[in-house]
Write a protein that binds this ligand. Structure first.
Ligand code: ACO
Length: 428
């Protein structure tokens, strides 16, 4: 039986339908409310607004649950590979062995990018942040694949665009780093796994062979899985909204990369390491920084703490914290910032300010420590996040198109001047 909610306003009662999800999430559907009552809803930062119905990722922020297509993040991080998870997100089901082999082959055979991309890359100064370079290079793919501009093409053609995006992002990401350090670019190698191929493009040099350690590729794969999707976050919503105007997949993903870049979102992983380093250089006084984070007159926030939807714990952070310990042990690395991070977490979790606001470490709190141990430079951390998030962006873009969603166009409450007469410049 369909449920309804009632809204009482100005002496009238308006009935609004209630939509119920498979995990019993209830939502009031207000899409026709304005037509009936003249009312819109106001929800700054979309804190309590569902923008779509989605069958991709389930998240329960109160219980710390995260599932991709019904499978728990804990199991996927433990047992699957990144490309398997990418397949799951994009095509809804875990692949059979044959499907995964074909998918992997397809991706490795499309990893090369057009040689002319190199001249675009050469145009960037070495100081350019790799996220800016990556966003631009992804957008430039529309120039090399002009047919991808039409999002209404056949399923097979769209699939070609999808495969190219997954195949080429590691190449573009590694090249954005090579531009930064002014080293010759390295081409992809089809015989390597997705993560190993990325690492060799990052670190191989014409002068030396680069052998990728299995400890490193396994850790990268796990990190990519943990970042692969996270329902309607800032960058994913951006991808869906940009795509809702029928902009191409590459244009939408390029916009998603820009949204991810900010320090309140994916850019937090870079900001966390910079914060931990600053604390270390300042003598390691964790209490001082906790006090700063609590001080309303100080703009400082504990980066990697807090989350819009997780109000008990971020399950990804739990997995990453353990992985950080394991990876550092396996690589025999003693990083003093790991100790600072753990002390900071301990102090904050015992503090009323953080407890009362449900502020816990998020996915970015420990990920930077692993990236550092794997040799990834700090300003590439958010690029790693983008690599992981790509299948999620693609799945969400595809779902939005397949569901024929309307263009994303919120309303507003106008608070500016009432109509007034134009005043000629001489009279102002
Ligand atoms: N340090 C100190 N105080 C914080 C922090 C923090 N990291 N995060 C939130 N608060 C406080 C706020 O000051 C506010 O306090 P108040 O109620 O007294 O005004 C309260 O907690 C609620 O915070 P909001 O900013 O309103 O929460 P919102 O849901 O809008 O923001 C966000 C969530 C952006 C993640 C925030 O917690 C934050 O800035 N964290 C640090 C940046 C970060 O780690 N971002 C990565 C998020 S995960 C991801 O995107 C991959």
């Amino acid at each position: 039986m369909s449920k309804k909610a009632e809204l009482h306003y100005n002496g009238k009662v308006y009935e609004v339908p209630v939509v119920i999800g498979t995990e019993n999430e209830n939502a009031i559907d207000i899409s026709k409310l304005r037509g009936k009552s003249g009312l819109i809803t106001l929800d700054r930062g979309f804190k309590n607004t569902g923008s779509c119905e989605s069958a991709i990722t389930f998240l329960d922020g109160e219980e710390g649950v995260l599932r991709y297509r019904g499978y728990s993040i804990e199991e996927l991080a433990e047992k699957s590979t990144f490309l398997e998870v990418a397949f799951l997100l994009i095509y809804s089901e875990l692949p059979t062995r044959e499907e995964l082999d074909a998918f992997t082959k397809d991706i490795s055979e499309h990893s090369l990018v057009h040689e002319d991309v190199r001249s675009i890359l050469d145009g960037f100064p070495s100081k350019a942040h790799p996220m800016g370079v990556l966003s631009s290079l992804v957008s430039s793919l529309t120039a090399f694949y002009p047919k991808s501009l039409d999002p209404n093409r056949s399923v097979e053609q769209i699939n070609g665009t999808v495969i190219r995006a997954i195949a080429k992002l590691p190449t573009l990401a590694a090249w954005s780093y090579k531009n930064r350090v002014r080293q010759p670019i390295v081409y992809p190698k089809n015989n390597l796994s997705y993560s190993a191929n990325f690492m060799q493009m990052m670190f191989a040099l014409p002068t030396t062979d680069y052998v990728v350690s299995p400890v490193i590729t396994k850790a990268i794969d796990k990190l990519l899985i943990l970042h692969a999707d996270h329902e309607q976050n800032c960058s994913t919503s951006t991808v869906r909204v940009v795509g809702s105007s029928h902009a191409s997949l590459y244009a939408s993903v390029s916009a998603g990369i820009a949204a991810l870049w900010g320090p309140l979102h994916g850019g937090a992983n870079q900001a966390v390491i910079e914060m931990l380093e600053a604390i270390r250089i300042d003598g390691g006084d964790v209490d001082k920084y906790v006090a700063k984070a609590k001080d309303k007159d100080d703009a400082f926030r504990l980066m990697g703490f807090g989350h819009r939807v997780y109000k008990s714990f971020d399950p990804r952070a739990t997995i990453i914290k353990k992985a950080a310990d394991d990876v550092l042990k396996e690589l025999n690395i003693n990083d003093p910032v790991l100790e600072i991070a753990k002390r900071l977490e301990e102090v904050a979790l015992d503090d009323d300010y953080f407890k009362s606001r449900n502020l816990y470490p998020n996915v970015d709190f420990y990920s930077g420590i692993i990236y550092r141990a794997l040799g990834i430079p700090t300003d590439m951390f958010t690029v790693m996040f983008a690599l992981g998030r790509l299948p999620g962006w693609i799945a969400q873009w595809k779902e939005m198109r397949e569901n024929h969603e309307p263009i994303g166009r919120p309303r507003q409450v106008y608070t500016g001047s009432k109509e007034r007469k134009y005043v000629p410049i001489e009279s102002r």
